[in-house]
Design a binder for this molecule. Structure first.
Ligand code: PLP
Length: 378
């Protein structure tokens, strides 16, 4: 099998799985327990937090473990809303966020919050001018993703951060789930207050994740209970998952510039190959993350291509995994100005550094066949 659906989830790294199993078997004490056995686990938790903080060049106290990207986005948005509702009830976001963001915002809208959704241009980017105009006295949160999961398009995070420096009380939340290891994120120097990460997108186990919360920023907890994670996220910690995630992050960020270059070269190869077909439209803009490539074959629904490739042992997806089983529009494609028909043709290839040029060649051979068959049916 050739796996080109790494933005949906990744294969767990073998050595990461070994760590997960080792901690599960040998260190199952509760880190909150008083006995030495629990303390051993607490130490593993501490070391993992330290390692993640040092890899991201932030402080340990700025890392809080979660169950993944969905929890992180919910927490960033609803936690800010609870924290700041006496100051204002207005949020700014974009039309192309992941459902973990949009559904959280919709829930707040049902309880009296107002949300301004910024649209994107043909490169999938918001306009700084629009953002500036949308800011109001009662704006408490700006929530903008780093890398779009359907298209790979990028947002101008540094420029947004510069603009928000004039509004220090506004929380700046960035969904960085598709960005880690793919683009450079310098959290400490940035204006970003909350960044959200998900382990299973970078070869760690599912059900793992963390948020970065800038020191001094307040975020109300959504999980109340025993007071774990400095009282901010209660619940017995998934220590095997956390240890494994810290290792996966270390592996991901080792020689990450080289890995990004490899992934970029595979994507460039695929882009120039697909651009050679007169019925193929490459939707992903040139300025995009190295691993995501969204394209469509004119008048052919995306799922036809997905299933045809699957028959040849190649796994890709329509748009995001969350929406691909529901018959929703490929929203980002339409938001970038393409038609509904074009959006329905969207297919997403998402790569990882574990993919190879040989796999790209096999994809090309398979796609040649499929394209020729489709031509015969016409
Ligand atoms: C941009 C983005 N945000 C959030 C999520 C949700 O992450 P998780 O699957 O860890 O809940 C995803 C998952 O696809 C994503 O791509």
């Amino acid at each position: 099998m050739i796996y080109f659906d790494n933005s949906a989830t990744t294969e767990i790294d073998e050595s990461v799985l070994d760590s997960y199993l080792h901690v599960s078997r040998k260190h199952y004490g509760n880190p909150s327990s008083l006995h030495a056995f629990g303390e051993e686990t607490a130490n593993l938790l501490k070391q993992s937090r330290k390692q993640i903080a040092s890899l991201l060049q932030v402080d340990e106290e700025e890392i809080f473990f979660t169950s993944g990207g969905t929890e992180g986005d919910n927490w960033a948005i609803k936690g800010t809303a609870i924290e700041k509702d006496t100051f204002g009830k207005h949020i700014i976001s974009t039309t192309i966020e992941h459902p973990a963001v949009t559904k959280s915002l919709e829930q707040l809208e049902m309880t009296g919050w107002e949300v301004t959704y910024l649209s994107v241009d043909e490169d999938g980017q918001i306009s700084l001018d629009d953002l500036k105009k949308a800011i109001r006295k009662d704006t408490v949160l700006v929530s903008i993703m780093a890398v779009n999961n359907e298209m790979g398009s990028l947002q101008p995070l540094d420029e947004i951060g510069d603009l928000l420096k004039a509004y220090p009380s506004i929380h700046f939340h960035v969904d960085a789930v598709q960005a880690i290891g793919k683009i450079d994120l310098s959290l400490a120097e940035s204006r970003i207050d909350i960044a959200v990460f998900s382990g299973h997108k970078f070869h760690a186990p599912k059900g793992t994740g963390f948020i970065y919360l800038k020191k001094g920023r307040q975020l109300a907890p959504l999980m109340s209970g025993g007071g774990q994670e400095s009282g901010k996220r209660s619940g017995t910690e998934n220590v095997p998952g956390i240890v494994a995630m810290a290792k996966a992050l270390r592996l991901l960020l080792e020689e990450s510039t080289d890995k990004q270059a490899v992934v970029r070269s595979l994507k460039d190869e695929l882009t120039s190959y697909l651009s050679g077909f007169n019925k193929v439209t490459v939707f992903t803009p040139a300025a995009s993350a190295p691993h995501i490539l969204c394209f469509g074959v004119r008048a052919i629904r995306g799922e036809i291509i997905v299933h045809a490739l699957e028959k040849k042992g190649i796994i890709v997806s329509t748009t995001s995994a969350c929406s691909s089983k529901r018959k929703t529009k490929a929203s980002t494609v339409m938001d970038m100005g393409y038609s509904k028909n074009e959006a329905e043709s969207a297919v997403r290839i998402s790569l990882s550094h574990v993919n190879t040029l040989e796999e790209v060649h096999q994809f090309k051979a398979a796609f040649d066949d499929i394209y020729n068959q489709l031509k015969e049916i016409e």
